[in-house]
Design a protein around this ligand. Structure first.
Ligand SMILES: Nc1ncnc2c1ncn2[C@@H]1O[C@H](COP(=O)(O)OP(=O)(O)O)[C@@H](O)[C@H]1O
Ligand SMILES: [Mg+2]
Length: 282
């Protein structure tokens, strides 16, 4: 059964879409059956995969007017399918508000395709609204990209308390998949400081692979290509392939709640981290 990973951070521009697209492409290249679900009305993951012709989107899937199977289309990458998205999805935030169990629409919709994939990644918008709540409710785990920049950890406590809230009321088994340092520049003191702080808070949940700042990664989307198809040799390609290896190696069944509370390896005590992050921000 496929593992559903929500790529989330309510801050914009931290590398969510870049990571979702390129991790998915790398998982596909490793012959893992992968589905990328674009849940951002900006549709950057859709265009970043070179997908232009489509019928049903994540909007119809969310509202239940199309089945997931109808919205899934193949990408140029083997083993990688996508559910595209476009601006209409912005309407879902409003249209779903009066509905009962509005946070669970996506979770219900994904049940029927889960068996067919090894990984399902959800690219979420830069907010903690209803779309992200649906993603967190449907997901097994959250992958949190953190940009190695000023104010990197700002707002993180808000994300962590949203995850806690979802754990308490909607999805008790939700876990942190991993924390990904993006746009890392090892020559910069600041990048190294952010990395150190992230490791201090999140321990070995932080991926060993750091994604470097790499101009090829920012060029690829304008050609509608994941980095592997744009420049397979570049540092960006290499690091997303390495990340895929880490993600595949960590593909274990969800941990018991008890194990998480006992501080089992690789499991973050979110309460503690949230408190610590808040402390630093005050
Ligand atoms: N490692 C990287 N090196 C260079 N540019 C990057 C890198 N990761 C992302 N970018 C660029 O930074 C911008 C924001 O990234 P994006 O993935 O769209 O963030 P988000 O989805 O979190 O808003 C984009 O223009 C993207 O091309
Ligand atoms: Mg994005």
């Amino acid at each position: 059964m496929g593992r559903i990973i929500s790529v989330s951070n309510q801050k914009g521009g931290v590398g969510k879409t870049t990571s979702a697209v390129n991790l998915c492409a790398s998982l596909g290249a490793a012959e893992k059956r992968t589905l990328l679900l674009d849940l951002d009305p900006q549709g950057n993951a859709t265009s970043g995969c070179g997908v232009e012709d489509y019928g049903a989107t994540s909007y119809e899937v969310m509202l239940g007017t199309a089945r997931v199977e109808e919205a899934v289309i193949p990408t140029p990458i083997p083993f990688l399918d996508i559910i595209p998205s476009d601006r209409r999805l912005a309407g879902a935030e409003i249209e779903l508000v009066p509905q009962v169990s509005r946070e669970r629409f996506l979770a219900h919709a994904l049940v029927s395709v889960r068996e067919r994939y090894d990984f399902i990644l959800i690219d979420t918008p830069p907010s903690l609204g209803l779309l992200t709540l649906n993603a967190l409710t449907a997901a097994d785990t959250v992958l949190i990209p953190i940009q190695c920049e000023y104010y990197a950890l700002e707002g993180l406590s808000q994300l962590l308390s949203t995850i806690q809230l979802v754990q308490k009321s909607l999805n008790p088994d939700l876990r942190i998949e991993g924390v990904l340092l993006t746009m890392f520049d090892r020559r910069l003191k600041l990048s190294n400081q952010v990395a150190e702080e992230a490791i201090e808070y999140f321990g070995d949940t932080v991926y060993k692979t750091k994604i470097p700042r790499n101009v090829r990664l920012s060029e690829a989307p304008s050609f509608g290509k994941p980095i592997l198809l744009y420049d397979v040799e570049c540092l960006g390609s290499q690091s997303y392939m390495e990340l895929a290896e880490e993600v595949i190696a960590a593909n274990r069944p969800p941990l018991e709640v008890g194990a998480a509370q006992a501080g089992g390896s690789g499991v973050v005590d979110i309460d503690k981290v949230a408190a610590k992050v808040e402390e630093v921000q005050e």
